[in-house]
Design a protein around this ligand. Sequence first.
Ligand SMILES: NC(=O)C1=CN([C@@H]2O[C@H](COP(=O)(O)OP(=O)(O)OC[C@H]3O[C@@H](n4cnc5c(N)ncnc54)[C@H](OP(=O)(O)O)[C@@H]3O)[C@@H](O)[C@H]2O)[C@@H](O)CC1
Ligand SMILES: Nc1ncnc2c1ncn2[C@@H]1O[C@H](COP(=O)(O)OP(=O)(O)OP(=O)(O)O)[C@@H](O)[C@H]1O
Ligand SMILES: [Mg+2]
Length: 368
Amino acid sequence: MLVKHSVISNIGRLSSLSPSSSVLRRQQFLVRTLCGSRFNPLKLIRAMSSTSEADAESILRTITPSLDPKRHKGQAGKIAVIGGCREYTGAPYFAAISALKIGADLSHVFCTKDAAPVIKSYSPELIVHPVLEESYSISEFSEEDKRKVQDKVIGEVDKWMERFDCLVIGPGLGRDPFLLECVSKIMLLAKKSIVPFVVDGDGLFLVTNSVDLVKSYPLAVLTPNVNEYKRLVQKVLNCEVDEQKAEDQLRSLAKQIGGVTILRKGKSDLISNGETVKSVSIYGSPRRCGGQGDILSGSVAVFLSWAQQLKSGPESPSENPAILGCIAASGLLRKAAALAFAKHKRSTLTSDIIECLGESLEDISPAS
Ligand SMILES: NC(=O)C1=CN([C@@H]2O[C@H](COP(=O)(O)OP(=O)(O)OC[C@H]3O[C@@H](n4cnc5c(N)ncnc54)[C@H](OP(=O)(O)O)[C@@H]3O)[C@@H](O)[C@H]2O)[C@@H](O)CC1
Ligand SMILES: Nc1ncnc2c1ncn2[C@@H]1O[C@H](COP(=O)(O)OP(=O)(O)OP(=O)(O)O)[C@@H](O)[C@H]1O
Ligand SMILES: [Mg+2]
């Protein structure tokens, strides 16, 4: 309750600064997420009710916006991925390009200077900011100069923050301590601007070691894989993963982190915000090539933004947009993986699944 008060008073403080329309939209959304809403469209209730298996296709149809010629560039979503370092350039690319392939208008990547030209070379569609620094590039710097570098990094991201509908923090980020310290400050900035964020990959390593970074922020979504989930459970619940009580344990974990939304990836994806638990078990693919989690994190960002837009409109769904975003993303990824596998069998790669995202969404929610 205390936290809700502090978030709401933070909203009040931000309102007095004449915020932009996107910030206002997020404020309305946050208030509704915390306080509930009045309007419940029947179809969404049906899709969410009774059994714990969610009707992902129905949710996808409900939250995917129509292609209205009156809408301008940006209205279908502006996503930013914070990730990409010397070792990993594929992961941030997969997350960012998936967001575009689903239908977002703009996709940014904030990565290290070394990773930027590589990621740019994968695709001219992405807006790539070479702003993050790792320890090795500043090893000779004094403490004061290191602080200046950190301030510069934060400033570069802050310039853009209010424009983003959602961040994806962590794909291919690496675990460099200096870089992770900057990223924790970026999370604080996002919370101040009430921008939702999805935490994945090495972002989860950071959050597991500093749970307060996301605790009680209702716009945080965590997307752990098997290992990442195990580490979170051990740290937060102080016990081991118990498959016999998978749903209860996930609910407890989300509750313990103050009602953040957690998408636990696996044979079935399990989703909870500490209250409800939903599963998505649509048949996907038997291929377990790396990068599928990155598609998922980019997709959650887009669908969460769309569910959030719906939330601030007249047909506001009763369900939390973060939960809807997770269900939609999981369902679409699984459909796309099944389609890609039908075409490519053993040689199915993450890029093949990305190529099937559009066709899979079209099957469920035709563009016209
Ligand atoms: N192309 C790129 O740039 C990509 C970059 N990526 C980026 O890499 C970073 C680290 O992320 P991560 O996922 O590799 O680290 P983590 O979760 O610690 O797994 C490491 C090891 O755990 C094991 N393991 C995995 N699943 C298991 C299971 N079900 N059950 C049991 N064991 C299991 C398995 O170990 P092994 O079998 O080799 O012993 C696996 O190799 C992060 O930034 C991420 O975004 C990726 O997104 C991929 C594409
Ligand atoms: N055993 C499984 N059977 C079927 N689908 C699975 C299985 N494990 C994961 N998936 C699907 O693959 C998606 C990605 O999950 P995965 O566990 O591979 O993430 P990840 O390890 O973070 O991937 P990445 O390699 O991108 O880091 C999940 O959303 C889920 O739908
Ligand atoms: Mg991953």
